[in-house]
Write a protein that binds this ligand. Structure first.
Ligand code: FAD
Length: 464
């Protein structure tokens, strides 16, 4: 009988466990759930909506080539899905439902509800591994989840070395290619599709070209925002357009070719952070509910956002590197990792604004907004999280700028009004230049702001 495969944030046909294993059991039909209100409630950005639409279109065309039909299941919220999915399965007399699991709590609850109702109607559900590189939970020898990244990573590598790493193929053709009419989605959002094209070849090329040319320089270049030193694959990864074994295959193949040990790849280590944060959501329920990992930090009395928050959003803080970062975000929907850390540290430590406000703003704006990584990154920066930066380490935006954008190349790109300044003063223009170039004065004094944050955290620690 027909096997129904339900796609969510795994919008790909290759290396997709649910799709592949379902296709081993009979002819496949695909459903893609489309829940705009739920995604908006999760603060998903217009850019991500736009990218999602194009990836849904891509998958639908790829499936049509294989003779596989794709239907959209439209609902407002996750809670509206069980009835609709069961009704769909019944309408085509299907008794098997396949999907790849996800780690955030709302998604897990959704799957449980769909699973329960399906079973009540005689439909067997077949949940498959999540989109992690190491799909099963990584535990310490005591059987507990790791709270520190480095030991997690060591164990993760051990498991990975023994794991089957071959990408799963696309399902075999099921018949003649299907004609598909126009795919009409209930939103029309735009995004920078010049930066993130959605044809299969471009996506694959980005991975392979990065692994071939850039991966070996990643450690030296990853922190320099003016260079294209990172993969910029995050928008695709957040919607599952590339599978975990495809990533591994590209790393292993290219490292082998270059005579390097793939297990020592620093890029692979960065990908382990993605697994780490996603797994945390499984083990520490409170993280899914806007709670800090270090619960005591919930006692902090943050500043009210008011005008400083708006200046941060608009890239008008008067700190050039922060402003360049925030303008990169609003202009492209993406921000370099070093800058995410600088911008988040600035908001939480120097403006002393609640990390959750920044977290939501990022989700609302990022094309790669992804709950686990975003929450992890914000809590890391705010010193409220698991294995976070120590609270007394407060980034100095000017020093960060001098170190990671030494010639001001990145600043010049996104803060053109100060592009004429020399390589030294561009990091912190003097008062005269600011007036002359119509660039804002700093909205805070670094030293005082830093002391305030450290004192607030220190007080917390002393009362613990
Ligand atoms: P690369 O350096 O090429 O890394 C490859 C992939 O590994 C990334 O695409 C991503 O999937 C994963 N990855 C890399 N670093 C991390 C990390 N620190 N944590 C988790 N995964 C990682 N990443 C998101 O995908 N979505 C987010 O919403 C997000 N929000 C963040 C918020 C803050 C405050 C911080 C500090 C980091 C955030 N990150 C987020 C992590 C990281 O900044 C991005 O994954 C990275 O900048 C994406 O660029 P890239 O694809 O070129 O990364």
């Amino acid at each position: 009988t027909t096997q129904v495969v339900w796609l969510r944030n795994d919008l790909r046909i290759k290396d997709n466990p649910a799709l592949f294993y379902a296709s081993q059991n009979g002819p496949v039909e695909i459903i893609i759930s489309v829940t705009p209100e739920q995604w908006r409630a999760h603060a998903e950005s217009p850019a991500k909506f736009g990218l999602r639409a194009d990836l849904i279109t891509l998958v639908t065309h790829q499936c049509a080539e294989l003779g596989i039909k794709v239907s959209l299941i439209e609902a407002d919220y996750f809670s509206d899905l069980p009835d609709k999915i069961v009704a769909f399965c019944q309408s085509i007399h299907a008794h098997d439902l396949w999907f790849n699991q996800e780690t955030p709590l709302d998604e897990r609850r959704r799957d449980t509800q769909v699973g329960n109702l399906s079973e009540q109607h005689g439909i067997t559900v077949h949940p498959q591994a999540t989109d992690l590189i190491v799909a099963r939970p990584v535990f310490s020898q005591q059987g507990t989840p790791f709270k520190v990244f480095t030991p997690f990573y060591k164990r993760w590598l051990q498991i990975l070395s023994l794991q089957d790493r071959t990408p799963l193929p696309s399902p075999a053709p099921q018949g003649k290619p299907l004609d598909i009419s126009h795919i009409d989605l209930p939103w029309h959002e735009t995004y920078r599709n010049d930066l993130w094209p959605t044809d299969a070849e471009s996506i694959k090329q980005r991975l392979w070209l990065f692994c071939h040319h850039k991966e070996s320089h990643y450690n030296d270049q990853r922190d320099i925002p003016s260079l294209a030193g990172t993969s910029t694959l995050s928008p695709y990864l957040s919607l599952g357009a590339i599978g975990p074994r495809e990533l591994l295959f590209a790393i292993e193949y290219n490292c082998d070719q270059a005579g390097r040990d793939w297990m020592s790849s620093i890029w692979l280590k960065e990908l382990a952070w993605r697994d780490f944060y996603r797994q945390l959501l499984l083990h520490f329920e409170a993280l899914n509910m806007s709670k800090p990992f270090k619960l005591e930090t919930d006692q902090i009395v943050w500043n009210s956002p008011e005008t400083t928050f708006q200046a941060w959003c608009d890239g008008k803080t008067g700190f050039p590197i922060v402003d360049a970062a925030m303008r990169q975000l609003s202009q492209t929907g993406w921000m370099h990792n070093r800058l995410r850390m600088i911008a988040a540290s600035f908001l939480t430590k120097l403006l002393f604004i609640d990390w959750r406000i920044g977290e939501t703003y990022f989700m609302n704006t990022l094309i790669d907004g992804e709950f686990a990584a975003n929450n992890g990154g914000w809590q890391w920066s705010a010193s409220t999280g698991c294995d976070a930066v120590p609270y007394f380490r407060v980034f100095n935006p000017t020093r960060q700028s001098e170190k990671f954008d030494p010639e001001g190349e990145f600043i010049r790109r996104f803060v053109p009004e100060i592009a004429s300044l020399d390589n030294k003063s561009i990091h912190n223009p003097n008062a005269e230049s600011r007036i002359e170039l119509a660039y804002p004065h700093p909205i805070i004094q670094y030293k005082e702001a830093r002391q305030h944050a450290i004192a607030a955290f220190a007080q917390l620690n002393s009362t613990k």
